[in-house]
Structure formats: C-alpha cells, structure tokens
Design a protein around this ligand. Structure first.
Ligand SMILES: [Zn+2]
Ligand SMILES: [Zn+2]
Length: 67
C-alpha cells in the first residue's frame, strides 16, 4: 500500500483508488515511480505486494507516488 504524499499515512485501498485516513484525500489507482514518474507494475506474490519500475526495479512502497 502506498503512503499519502502529504502526511505519510498508509493509504486505504478503496473503490477505484486509495483513500488517506488522515487527511481524507482520494487518490487514483495509478502508482508511479518516484524517479521517472512512469506507471509501476504491481507484483503480488505470497500475500506481499511489490511495485516494479521497468527502469528502476523494485520501488519500496514508501517511495511510490500516487496520483
Ligand atoms: Zn493524507
Ligand atoms: Zn522508474
């Protein structure tokens, strides 16, 4: 799960995107690389979710950009 860019709270997954429980902002489901802003692939394995950029490899969830 990505973090809110404003307050770094863990976002809740909601219909069509993510909600921040702290500030109430809603974000779309598009997750982007902090380096190149390209959409990330979401890899789900063994209950864990990883975010992958084709150029920059695995991106930790705390660095994922939500838009
Ligand atoms: Zn927030
Ligand atoms: Zn990248």
């Amino acid at each position: 799960m990505p973090l809110c860019p404003d307050d770094k709270q863990l976002l809740d997954e909601s219909a069509g995107g993510f909600d921040c429980p702290a500030c109430g902002r809603h974000f779309g489901s598009q997750l982007r690389c902090p380096e190149c802003a390209e959409p990330l692939e979401v890899l789900k394995a063994c209950g864990a979710v990883d975010y992958f950029c084709r150029q920059h490899g695995l991106i930790s969830r705390s660095r994922v950009i939500v838009a």
